[in-house]
Design a protein around this ligand. Structure first.
Ligand SMILES: Cc1ncc(COP(=O)(O)O)c(C=O)c1O
Length: 404
């Protein structure tokens, strides 16, 4: 089955990979169709000699759930298959996956990280507030300016280059394959946060990245009920992530692992629908008299249109649409948000329900207003992630809420 899964399309892999493992110790026993929740913290064997072999890693098996756990292993195999990696680690959150990935990327290299200047806020804080005080140097660059990236890579010779497939909330897209080439030439590991794209749209390891992380809390789980993170590594980094896991235990709990795996089985279906909804909502917003500007990847005028055409499959441009309400002050945006009935006012994304976030009070709350303005995040700026509802209902909800 494993060899067959490897050549299947991603929608099929999402449904089958990782499940129905045959227990080598119980040949002929029944096989559950889906992976059960293994709550056990430790595992025993019929003989101490076998336990010794498993603990010594001479024989495959489980001994302690901080090292690995059968439910997590199933999810890790699934994500390894979807991203085309050599191995994966299921972590307790997206931030934990990022932290572990950075440690693995820097393990044998220079302790400098060259990161995209537009990053998820907590990732920026992880670099500047946690890792810098420990001796890591963090430098930032406009990841869409290839010349600037090259010059920084040449001058800094970083151990790791860190980027997101699409930036949040302005949706800029860097040329990942070219950045991978430059990173490889300089001996740096390329680490990509692929949360917004999912492996349906982009598979960074196939484009030359070394490590991929997801906040699986978002599109992969998709139901707003399981916090989690997934780290997928190439063959160069897979041992490092497993030994880091044994030492500091960033692991996901087995219940969340089960929910995440269940969510992933439908992620491709949901993502297709969510992308189609985003496309319809974006073109409706673009012609609405109260909307100043729409940021969406299908826009032919998008500043990164060439990279988008090259790197993303046609018609799948993500489910995030950011837009600015004309001349809206903070209180106008509050009024607009309070009128929403279908679209949920929240701080996440990627769920079956549409979610609208106001960066000024959430992701960009701690940034000084002037700097926020310079970044292009004005008081009237909101970020919508479309869910799987009927597009007509999302549009009707936005329409009545905009009719202030
Ligand atoms: C792009 C991105 N990366 C990482 C994270 C962190 O994920 P988590 O909240 O699961 O720790 C988020 C959370 O919103 C995110 O949007």
């Amino acid at each position: 089955m494993e060899a067959e899964v490897a050549i299947m399309k991603i929608e099929t892999k999402a449904v089958h990979a990782g499940d129905r493992k045959v227990d080598p110790n119980r040949p002929g026993a029944f096989i559950p169709v889906t992976t059960p929740v293994h709550t056990a913290v430790s595992f025993v064997y019929e003989s101490t000699a076998q336990l010794d072999r498993v603990l010594g890693r001479e024989e495959e098996g489980y001994c302690y759930s901080r090292y690995d756990n059968p439910t997590n292993s199933a999810l890790e195999e699934l994500m390894t298959t979807l991203e085309g990696g050599a191995g994966a680690l299921a972590c307790s959150s997206g931030m934990m996956a990022l932290h572990t990935a950075l440690l693995a990327a820097l393990a044998d290299r220079k302790k400098t990280v060259l990161a995209a200047s537009a990053l998820y806020g907590a990732t920026f804080s992880l670099l500047t507030k946690v890792l810098e005080p420990l001796g890591v140097q963090a430098e930032f660059v406009d990841i869409c300016d290839l010349e600037a990236v090259k010059s920084k890579i040449d001058s800094l010779k970083p151990g790791c280059v860190l980027m997101e497939t699409m930036s949040n909330p302005l949706l800029r897209v860097g040329q990942m394959d070219r950045i991978a080439e430059m990173s490889r030439a300089a001996g740096a590991a390329l680490l990509v946060d692929n949360t917004f794209a999912t492996p349906l749209l982009v598979r960074p390891l196939e484009l030359g990245a070394n490590l991929v992380v997801h906040s699986s809390t978002k599109f992969l789980s998709g139901h707003g009920d399981a916090l989690g993170g997934i780290l997928v590594a190439d063959s160069q980094h897979v041992d490092a992530i497993r030994s880091l896991c044994r030492i500091f235990g960033p692991v996901l709990g087995p219940f969340e692992s089960y929910l995440t795996m269940r969510g992933i089985k439908t992620f491709a279906l949901r993502m297709e629908r969510q992308c189609a909804n985003a496309c319809r909502v974006a073109s409706w917003l673009a012609s609405h008299p109260r909307i100043q500007r729409v940021h969406y990847l299908a826009d032919p005028e998008h500043p990164d249109a060439a990279a988008i055409r090259r790197l993303l499959p046609q018609g799948l441009y993500g489910a995030i649409v950011s837009f600015e309400i004309k001349d809206a002050r903070r209180e106008d945006v509050f009024r607009f948000m309070d009128r929403l009935n279908v679209v949920v006012r929240g701080t996440s994304l990627g769920d079956v329900h549409s979610l609208l976030l106001y960066p000024v009070i959430s992701s960009h709350r701690d940034i000084a207003p002037k700097q926020r303005e310079r970044m292009g995040i004005h008081d009237g700026f909101v970020r919508l992630c479309t869910g799987i509802e009927a597009a007509e209902d999302i549009i009707a909800d936005l329409e009545q809420a905009l009719a202030l």
